[in-house]
Design a protein around this ligand. Sequence first.
Ligand code: FE2
Length: 484
Amino acid sequence: MNVINKIDLRIDTDGNPLLEGGYAPIDQEVDAADLSAIGDIPDDIDGAYVRNGPNIQRQPRGRYHIFDGDGMLHSARFKDGKVDYRNRWIRTEGLAMEQEAGQSIWPGLMDMPDRSLPKAWGSHHWLKDVSNTDIVPFNGRLLTMFYQCGVPYLLDAETLDTEGPIDADGLKIRQVSAHSRTDLHSGDFIFFDYDVEPPYMTYGVLAKDGSLKHFTDIELPGARLPHDMAITDRYSILMDLPMFWDPHLIQRDIHKVTFYPDLPSRFGIIPRTGTNADIVWFEAEPCYIYHVINAWEDGDEVILDVCRMRTPEPPAERLAGSIYASLIAWGALDAQYYRYRFNMKTGATKEGAVDDQFVEFPTINQYFQGKKNRRSYHAYIPQGEPLRMGGIIGFDTDTGQRDEYIYANQVYASEPVFAPKVGATSEEDGYVMTFAEDMDNDGQSELHLFDPVNIAAGPFTRIPIPQRMPMGFHACWMPGSLMA
Ligand SMILES: [Fe+2]
């Protein structure tokens, strides 16, 4: 293992659980070639499993939330039956400014905005854009995004070197949400953002060469906080969900996320390069949704599969207590697999739960995004813990079968990915994998490989990672054939 960069990481956690244990940041960037494995390393995949996540570099200004942590990528690069590991921070503009200053500049998500600062990002323009949330392939590179809207960063898919932010001003776009979508078939990057000032949402498409193909404003009844979107072959699905910042308190710069159970959920289906006038809005039961599983067209219907929160806003008793109670309560996700059917002819919505297990961070074979998929893979979320992924759960929606592997120990797994074999001939022709940090074993981290149709059998190969990998957010499979 070669240490490429080591920083002087000194953090007083002040008892903040999201800076300790499985969440604690690491202090170095390393390269490690040709990792040893317990089991066989497949020689029929070519690409990288790359995971984004927070890894703060210096003492936070206020009450640290994991969405505030400087983005760091961890990559397992598979080629010719060998695996190389490396990790790198995302060199964001905000990180460079803080390195120059020698201290944190911006308050975090749990703090009051500091309007005296010369520059900030996010949908209310007060956060540091750490680009730590999602990651997708785009234009031969990796593209990273930020929880509360930021400017996406492009990174080299082999070296993880940061090329820099996309030129949003030059493209005349605003920001991009935590989740926007790359269509691997066309190469299009389909994106939206939201803001507290009108237009409350924008929507657009970047062509695979990075040029702007389409951009338009979307009308909403007020400022909203949608986290994700979906695509089908012809449409995009945008969300107007009844959980957003209290519009009265926001006037006083207080950002109180509030669920409004008397308002419907609304789903806007827009042709990929359509305008606001082309949107067909469907109403559904009030809810909140962090993550989309997939969507596709089926005759007159558009089907949308999601992880839908059972309790969008934590109950008051879980918000009270220590200064970190609300931070932990909001991180406890109780989402379940849920399906919507929107009839484009009649305007009718059908909706209902598919399964009752607690699952989040869904993934599918990305070549099936926008098309009918049969299988999806999710992180199991143990209840009462903030964002710990405690297992892998596969669903077969053709048979209704659930296939699960739950870690026995205090393991922090990752968003799983599906890695298709080179020349794959079916949806499940490949492997499912996750990184797993075992806090009952000094944080020993491993890469675990699963059979996509027999997750319950457990990992058939375990590949020790030569350093601890803290808890992370979203991940992707970057096919070698797409690397620039
Ligand atoms: Fe997310």
